[in-house]
Design a protein around this ligand. Structure first.
Ligand code: E4P
Length: 214
């Protein structure tokens, strides 16, 4: 399973890249707003830090605006994937952008039928939001299971990109279910590396090492 970092914070992205952990980056308007920087400037810097798919979201909601913004993002760098909301105008725009060879990530997916339509439109990635479904007392990982099964049944090429990840169990379940990608906040990437028994074991080894004659 590929791991993307879900962040617009270039310090976090640099750290995760140094760990060798990440294959790509996803951003969204909320993440970029937290940085206080222009969206374009953030994405340009990310493209210098990571050589992999980098999702940059359109802000328009009409077919014309989404296609125009998508073309502009795609022109900026070869690794940019245009993030498009899962609305009817968005699906139409995905069909056009796909036909032009522009990669897309269809975001804000909350149902299997939405995921089917995104695949039919030719999306490169579908982003189901598991954490937000869990927050609404629904089962986010059940949606991943359904989409992975449907895509496999019909050999859809669209990759399942698990988004709105909140904790390491989401990551383990994504990998177990055969999701293609999991986009993970930096805090959760750090959690993936940690285990209390590792810390206890290391402390004991270092303590015992002092008893080794030099
Ligand atoms: C990434 O593509 C999504 O925009 C992001 O994972 C949403 O996460 P959130 O539900 O924590 O805002």
């Amino acid at each position: 399973m590929k791991i993307f970092i879900d962040s617009a914070d270039t310090h976090e992205i640099r750290e995760a890249a140094r760990m060798g952990a990440i294959d790509g980056v996803t951003t969204n308007p909320s993440l970029v707003a937290k940085t206080g920087r222009k969206y374009v400037d953030v994405v340009k810097e990310i493209c210098e830090l990571v050589d992999g798919p980098i999702s940059a979201e359109v802000l328009g909601t009409s077919y014309d605006d989404i296609v125009r913004e998508g073309r502009e993002w795609a022109k900026m760098h070869k690794n940019i994937v245009v993030k498009v909301p899962l609305i009817v105008e968005g699906l139409k725009a995905v069909r056009t952008l796909t036909d032009e060879g522009i990669k897309t990530n269809v975001t804000l997916c909350f149902s299997p039928t939405q995921a089917m339509l995104a695949a039919k439109a030719g999306a490169t990635y579908i982003s189901p939001f598991v954490g937000r479904l869990d927050d609404a007392s629904e089962d986010g990982m059940l949606l991943i299971e359904q989409i992975v099964t449907i895509y496999r049944n019909y050999h859809y090429k669209t990759e399942v990109l698990v988004a709105s990840v909140r904790h390491p169990i989401h990551v383990v379940q994504s990998a177990t279910l055969g999701a293609d990608v999991c986009t993970i906040p930096f805090k959760v990437i750090e959690q993936l590396a940690k285990h209390p028994l590792t810390d206890i074991g290391l402390a004991k080894f270092l303590e015992d090492a002092k008893k080794i004659p030099r």
